[in-house]
Ligand binder design. Structure first.
Ligand SMILES: Cc1cc2nc3c(=O)[nH]c(=O)nc-3n(C[C@H](O)[C@H](O)[C@H](O)COP(=O)(O)OP(=O)(O)OC[C@H]3O[C@@H](n4cnc5c(N)ncnc54)[C@H](O)[C@@H]3O)c2cc1C
Length: 414
């Protein structure tokens, strides 16, 4: 194995694990690093949906005028931590600028190009890693609690259709047939028949890393720091204080990627959208598939640990402690939708990595071209891990990428 074929992947979430496997398939000798067990970051606690229909970003034109109202009170899917607000202002400004219609349409096209290839790219890895028992194919439902909310989402449904998504409208009766435990509060719903569930995302990621190691890859557990350029033009960093050097490296550290990158990379406007889950371990039988309560901003997903209600957005950085109001909010709305839901058995706070235009960064650093960025997958990382891995392996191998990478390049933030 020549030195040039040695590559490091930093971060063993779904994105890093997918990059590692695709790089290995392309002939690289891969070493994967994480301070924790694979899949312990945002990948652990998400809503478990493989959401190929998810091309509508949080950035929306109506947010520009709704935003001030959303900033007050806890009874909303979006909340802001006031102490963190001053640090967030530059990111928020860019985020709101990307709520303009033409910017949102660009994001939808950028996400659509990835989402159309997401299932086939991930399935190659899932099949190789023998995780079929962790997948359930029953589609995903979105609920609407009024005709007004259904009508006001019509434009988004049209845009999803234009991106190639299949959508089936459900009457209240059809919804009841599919999900009899739901309260009769939803006059409209839609089924995304191609959505599917990953029943235990951490286990799935762990199996992918096991498969990597069975085929000669290496997983090293430790804290990565001080990423820099080596004198030979490669990437150097420390793992638990010990220096490492690689001809190329992939930075897939999720919401921590910019902290990890340090001062020797271009500063990208990466923030975190904090999201929560509330687990009802005795209530997994109440639903047959993930049900998105879109107005409340979360999914209720039957998965291996029970019924997991996961979502909402809190802008508050990586360090603040979990906000009990956010958990109470999720619990209250789950009880409204599922009157028979049992007691709460666990809660979790996770960190979505998000750039202000709601597109990931997939491309080489302009300051250290031996370093490839692969982060910023916000609400869609579980879905986009595989296609990101495929594109990263094409970048590392210097082969023609499957799709135009311009929308995802780091330089777009000037
Ligand atoms: C509530 C919620 C619901 C969601 N629902 C969905 C969904 O239904 N469908 C979907 O597609 N997406 C969903 N997402 C988004 C998805 O979970 C993320 O986009 C995805 O997990 C990001 O993966 P990642 O590999 O980039 O980051 P992570 O999974 O966070 O992995 C980053 C890794 O980097 C490691 N790391 C960080 N710093 C260091 C360091 N210094 N040294 C060593 N290692 C380090 C961490 O330990 C971690 O393992 C949801 C997210 C949340 C929070």
């Amino acid at each position: 194995m020549s030195e040039s074929q040695r590559i490091a992947v930093i971060g063993a979430g779904i994105v890093g694990a997918s990059c590692a496997l695709y790089l290995q398939q392309s002939g690289f000798q891969v070493t994967l690093f994480d301070r924790d067990e694979p899949g312990s970051g945002a990948t652990y606690g998400n809503a478990c949906t493989f959401a190929t229909y998810g091309s509508i970003p949080v950035n929306r034109p109506d947010l520009i005028w709704r935003f001030p109202r959303l900033m007050f009170g806890d009874d909303r899917p979006l909340s802001i931590s006031w102490p963190y607000m001053p640090r967030m202002l530059p990111w928020l400004w860019q985020f709101l600028r990307h709520c303009r219609r033409y910017q949102v349409d660009r994001t939808i096209d950028g996400l659509g190009a990835l989402l159309r290839r997401a299932e086939s790219a991930s399935m190659k890895l899932f099949q190789a890693s023998d995780v079929q028992d962790l997948l359930a194919r029953d589609g995903t439902i979105y609920l609407y609690s009024s005709s007004t909310s259904f009508a006001s989402d019509a434009d988004n449904r049209r845009r999803r259709l234009a991106q190639g998504t299949r959508i089936q409208e459900l009457s209240a009766e059809e919804l009841h047939e599919l999900e009899p435990s739901l309260a009769p509060n939803f006059p409209h719903a839609v089924l995304y028949p191609d959505g599917f569930t990953i029943l235990e995302p951490k286990k799935l990621t762990g199996r992918m890393v096991e498969h990597l190691c069975q085929r000669g890859g290496i997983f090293i557990r430790g804290e990565v720091s001080s990423i820099d350029r080596t004198s030979a033009g490669g990437v150097g960093f420390k793992i638990n204080g010990d220096p490492q050097g690689f001809t190329q490296a992939v930075l897939a550290g999720g919401a921590w990627s910019m902290k990890l990158a340090g001062p020797h990379c271009e500063p990208l406007p990466l923030e975190t959208e904090r999201g929560y889950h509330v687990l009802f371990s005795e209530s997994g039988e109440l639903l047959n598939r993930p049900v998105g309560f879109s107005e409340a901003g979360f999914y209720m997903t039957p998965m291996h640990h029970g019924l997991r209600a996961a979502g909402t957005v809190e802008l508050g950085g990586l360090n603040a402690v979990p906000n009990p109001e956010r958990l109470a909010y999720i619990k209250k709305y789950v009880q409204r939708a599922l009157p028979d839901v049992g007691p709460v058995s666990d809660t979790w706070l996770g960190f979505r990595p998000t750039l202000p235009d709601a597109l990931p960064v997939i491309g080489r650093s302009t300051i250290n071209p031996a370093l490839i960025f692969a982060f910023g997958h916000h609400h869609l990382g579980l879905t986009l891990g595989g296609i990101t891995g495929q594109l990263v392996s094409e970048i590392a191998s210097r082969t023609t990428p499957t799709i135009d990478l311009a929308p995802y390049r780091p330089e777009r933030f000037g």
